[in-house]
Design a protein around this ligand. Sequence first.
Ligand code: 6PG
Length: 497
Amino acid sequence: MEKLADIGVVGLAVMGENLVLNMESKGFRVACYNRTVDKVDAFLAGRGQGKNLVGCRSLEELVASLEPPRRIMFMVRAGAAVDQLIDSLAPLLEPGDILVDGGNSSYHDTTRRCADLEKKGLLYVGAGVSGGEEGALHGPSIMPGGNAAAWPALQPILQAIAAKAADGAPCCEWLGPDGSGHFVKMVHNGIEYGDMQLICEAYQLLSQGLGMAAEEIQPIFADWNTRELDSYLIQITADILGHMDAETGKPTVDLILDTAGQKGTGKWTSQVGLDLGVAIPQIAEAVFARCLSAVKDERVAAKSYLLGPEGTFGKEGGANKGVNADKDAASFVKQLEKAVYAAKICSYAQGFQLLRTASMEYGWNLHFGDIARIWREGCIIRARFLGTITEAYETDPELANLMLAPYFREVLAGAQAAWRSVLSTAIGLGVPVPVLAASLSYYDGYRCERLPANLLQAQRDYFGAHTYERIDRPRGEFFHTNWTGTGGSTASSTYSV
Ligand code: 6PG
């Protein structure tokens, strides 16, 4: 009888196929199944030819071909397809068998599936996989969480196929129970949205604001990629800006319609921020920026009706008119690099605040240093500075906010003047920079000892008797004022969302 397979993979779209090839290249025998079984034959006759794979034409065959306890990873579309697959597979399995969802599932779904399957003795894991097609093939970042009893059997395979950081550590670590792995992947994607939009804003400041061509902006990103901003997304931006369209000879980027798509993980991150009451304005603004980009026709029509400043760089219009008349492009580019780095730090600080709150809310005991560590390579947000984030959390796991770590505090202090000046230039020129602007507002808001929420509380109390606390009384005591003399002294019941 043929040797049983080490792991099964369901779903042979490009990510699934590449993960199978990655596993096989690391010495594992992999059983493969796809709902449209022709795909299995095509894969085995094509990219999988001559490899240590078992092609399966039914879920029964897949289950029979696996070494117990069976390990089955699926790379199928998140949502109903995952539930259908689980419903079909579960009756075929035995207690102790392991199911791993490698798609971008909602963490709520993963938490529910973990609990349901645990009742049947099956071990369920939600593992976010980042790195796109290339990552899946050569080494992704993998974020597993769920039933911890599955980890000893999964660890040798998942850590073997994961990307390796410069120190040799695999970019895959057990993160916690329930849907914590998918939660971490969701936040990864939210941060990805923020990073991408921030880069796009820098690009628009240079192109629309300074009138630079794609070929002139390309070396700027390539240069930034040699210092603190060194990251995959900056690197691919430089590549993209240097790419010429074969048909027209023009920069390809200039020919692409300016409406962004989205599959929803950035939206989920923003929604969870609202649900958990955590300020993640940069991620939310990045999602809204995509929404605004999508109404192209409205924007084109509005151009003739909604006025803006008419100045050019160095001679901005509006409130800034003439203020920066002596500015030169080279020093602006230097300032912009500092502003982008400062904004990036604030964005990650927000992402980690969300992780921290979720960890407390759900009792997950997440290790933030580990999370930054497994994002160092393989994933879309891989970047040099993630190593520094790991160090910050290892030095102080209780860090209240990443911005407070000594290194980041200093960078933010050093970027002050440049950050503010870049924003005033953007405002003066009328170039939209929602994420960059949100970064500075977050920074200024977080360090503000007295926000105007005193007035806000007074307003709530005025129209709705919602009560307020006083600075000269202990916290937790609530007061109501009869502001008009006619509203009465009855406070509404206090409740918080
Ligand atoms: C990754 C990516 C991946 C996918 C995004 C795209 O980590 O490898 O995040 O998961 O490319 O989901 O998301 P949008 O279509 O929403 O931009």
